[in-house]
Design a protein around this ligand. Structure first.
Ligand code: ATP
Length: 238
């Protein structure tokens, strides 16, 4: 069986700076795969390239059996790849409902869209309670929920989450991570980028450690969590 997403020797550069230096990994349907690593490792660049926002300098990306490298971003969403970006990028003056609706901009069946909106409210009740309020009034963690809810509104085959725990309190972070677990239990395929290695590895089937543009270590979430070099570098142990 071929994987839902296959990345092969992907290279991405900003001018002369090569930010991603030939990485390969895959995501099987139903899996949670995580890319961990410190600031500047190239994780965000990788996700932005998969979304079609950056062009790779070389390498192959295949998604649901189709090559992605030359497909424009809006078509990539239509193919089933959704991206909840770093920093959330919600629209603060629009209501929560309007932000969610924007995630479904390619869909024509409003009844099905409304049903998915209900599902987002079930997943994140606070979004339902405040659906008519401006999204800018939400706390950071709640905005993260909205960004995830919005990405889910495109009914993605693969949900890419860029640092969902960034800047959140420990309680809010736990809530976000348990929601990712819930989505996983429902069968959602997820590519998760995180600096919080502990949280990400504890729910990932597969993990890859990135350092300055390369994958330096790969394994199951469980294996990486017990790997001595990972524990020292990313889990704060000496
Ligand atoms: P972070 O957690 O900070 O987002 P990251 O692992 O996601 O880190 P990237 O944001 O992908 O890393 O950055 C990889 C490298 O590319 C870094 O050296 C960064 O400075 C560089 N870079 C990122 N964006 C640009 C840009 N627009 N122009 C030039 N260089 C960039």
């Amino acid at each position: 069986m071929t994987a839902l997403l296959e990345v092969e020797d992907l290279k991405v550069a900003y001018g002369k700076i090569e930010a991603v230096k030939g990485i390969s990994f895959s995501v099987e349907e139903g899996q949670v795969v995580t890319l961990i690593g410190t600031n500047g490792a190239g994780k965000t660049t990788t996700l932005r390239t998969l979304s079609g926002l950056l062009k790779p300098s070389s390498g192959k990306i295949s998604f649901a059996g189709q090559p992605l490298a030359t497909v424009p971003a809006h078509k990539i969403v239509a193919m089933g790849l959704a991206h909840s970006p770093e920093g959330r990028r919600i629209f603060p003056r629009l209501t929560i409902m309007e932000n969610l609706q924007l995630g479904a901009f390619l869909r024509r069946d409003q009844a099905a869209v409304d049903k998915d909106m209900q599902r987002a409210y079930e997943l994140f009740p606070i979004l339902g309670e405040r659906r008519k309020q401006a999204a800018g009034t939400l706390s950071g963690g709640e905005q993260q929920m909205l960004a995830m809810g919005r990405a889910l509104m495109s009914q993605p085959k693969l949900l890419m989450l860029d640092e969902p725990s960034m800047g959140l309190s420990p309680i809010m972070m736990q809530k976000i991570m348990s929601t990712i677990n819930e989505l996983k239990a429902q069968g959602t395929t997820i590519l998760l980028v995180e600096q919080n290695a502990q949280a990400a590895l504890s729910l990932a089937d597969q993990g890859h450690v990135m350092e300055v543009g390369s994958i330096v270590l790969s394994g199951t979430g469980e294996d990486l969590m017990h790997d001595e070099s990972v524990r020292k570098a990313y889990l704060g142990e000496d």
